[in-house]
Design a binder for this molecule. Structure first.
Ligand code: NDP
Ligand code: OXD
Length: 310
């Protein structure tokens, strides 16, 4: 099987891991090692440059080496006549769960306020909300959002809710769904986690109106995509005190420009788009089993629905 790797990121660890776990596969790197484009069976890509995905007449599958497929969906030249799958990998999910649990606890336990107090040498205990009563809300209850919600329930959070396109049944998680339910969901949410895919419908979803629908003092954790957030609206809500804090892993421009106000905002925490990473060692096992499904004509895991956009 001939695999073509298309990504601005270095191929080395993928090449090594494919060689270890799929010794019969021929791993080629775009653009220098393509060879005859008609020989390519499967494209492995991450943030492929525009136009790079077309021109492989016998490719049977495009494998997105991450969870978010927004880069691929935004390329109008990307083929739509062969299946696209995205990585669903237990280690990627576990990493995101850690990120979400960490920041939820941070805001839940007022750690940002203790850090501010420490600067002024203030020894003062702040009133603590109970875990059972803390109202956490997850935007997106897919692979990652559902896992984060479940982890919070296991930790004892007693008022976890989630918002998705279609209703969900998850133990301990109140389900809100559809555009008509968004304001109800936000109105009860003190700590908001964003794990939505970036689509035409979700772009800019964290904006002046939706932030205003959260209760005063709410906090935001966004590890989905920067373009979910309207930065000026979030900064205004932080400066006005309506939003108490934000932990942000993803940004409208990445790397976050050196002069961006998020860097120096006292209540914003910045991480460099590494809430969770695809780990080739684990991912290649998932890819292998999906390729076996492809050969057997079985349904593929993580198949992207072009109409929904994710
Ligand atoms: P999934 O596709 O599994 O889940 C998406 C969820 O969002 C689903 O519950 C879906 O609803 C819901 N949703 C989509 N559109 C809408 C809408 N218009 N209204 C309401 N709900 C909607 O995605 P994952 O959980 O795997 O990943 C989520 C995102 O996380 C990725 O797209 C990526 O951008 C980001 N990510 C970030 C990483 C990082 O390191 N920062 C790492 C990995 C991923 P329904 O279930 O009804 O379809
Ligand atoms: C992803 C990411 O979508 O790392 O997998 O952002």
């Amino acid at each position: 099987m001939n695999l073509l790797y298309i990504s601005p990121e270095k191929p080395d660890i993928w090449r090594d891991e494919i060689a270890r776990q799929m010794p019969d596969a021929d791993f080629r790197v775009w653009p220098d090692e393509i060879g005859d484009p008609a020989e390519i069976d499967v494209i492995l890509c991450w943030r492929p440059p525009a136009d790079a995905l077309r021109g492989y007449p016998n490719a049977k599958l495009i494998y997105n080496l991450g969870a978010g497929i927004d880069a691929l969906m935004s390329d109008p030249t990307a083929p739509r006549d062969i299946p696209v799958v995205r990585l669903i990998d237990p280690l990627l999910t576990a990493g995101m769960t850690e990120y979400m649990v960490y920041w939820t606890l941070h805001f839940h336990r007022n750690f940002q306020r203790y850090a501010a107090q420490q600067k002024d040498h203030v020894w003062r205990s702040l009133p603590a909300a109970s875990t059972a009563g803390r109202r956490v809300g997850v935007l997106g209850l897919g692979e990652l959002g559902a896992a984060a919600a479940r982890a919070l329930v296991r930790l004892g959070f007693g008022a976890v809710a989630g918002w998705s396109r279609t209703p969900k049944t998850i133990d301990g998680v109140e389900s809100f769904s559809g555009a008509g339910d968004l304001k109800n969901f936000l109105g009860r949410t003190e700590i908001l986690l964003c794990l939505l895919p970036l689509t035409d419908e979700t772009r800019g979803i964290v904006n002046r109106d939706t932030l205003a629908a959260l209760p005063r003092g709410a906090c935001l954790i966004n590890a989905a995509r920067g373009a979910h957030v309207v930065d000026e609206d979030l900064l205004a809500a932080l400066d006005g005190g309506h939003i108490a804090g934000a932990a942000l892993d993803v940004f409208n421009a990445e790397p976050l420009p050196a002069d961006h106000p998020y860097w120096r905002h006292p209540r914003v925490y910045v991480t460099p788009h590494n809430a969770s990473l695809s780990i080739p060692e684990a991912a290649v096992g998932e890819i292998k089993s999906n390729l076996a499904r492809l050969s057997a004509g079985e349904p593929l895991l993580g198949r992207v629905d072009f109409d929904r956009g994710y």
